[in-house]
Design a protein around this ligand. Structure first.
Ligand code: 5GP
Length: 111
């Protein structure tokens, strides 16, 4: 069971800012920006590479939820939504998650 599955199951604590029947959003434990929230599907999908057409609605719901959380958090000047995938993408936790980063200007390209 991944660390995020344990957060979904309330087996370990997290600062949850949004929840619906499909996804959960909580503050990153090691924030890389003034606002750093992780939006995850409740379904235990490992990463982007594992998605199938059956996951279209779930992923759509997560993106809309991220947009709602950004609005709720007052990120009116913009933000970045990032998914790291696999070793080269820098993914550490094997449960698909969107990083919602805001509260400062972001540089490009990412490192
Ligand atoms: P990844 O590198 O997989 O894209 O991102 C994983 C993120 O999960 C990192 O930003 C890391 O700080 C965060 N993270 C890891 N463990 C925990 C935890 O137990 N609680 C919370 N809230 N965030 C975590």
């Amino acid at each position: 069971m991944s660390i995020f599955a344990k957060i979904i199951a309330r087996e370990i604590p997290a600062d949850i800012v949004y929840e619906d029947d499909v996804c959960l959003a909580f503050r990153d434990i090691a924030p890389r920006a003034p606002t750093h929230i992780l939006v995850i599907p409740k379904k235990p999908i490992v990463g982007l590479s594992d998605l199938t057409v059956e996951d279209e609605a779930i992923m759509g719901r997560c993106v809309v939820a991220a947009s709602e959380v950004a609005r709720q958090q007052g990120l009116d000047n913009g933000y970045r939504l990032v998914v790291n995938c696999g070793d080269d993408g820098g993914q550490e936790v094997p449960h698909l998650h969107f990083h919602l980063l805001g509260g400062r200007a972001m540089s490009w390209p990412p490192g």
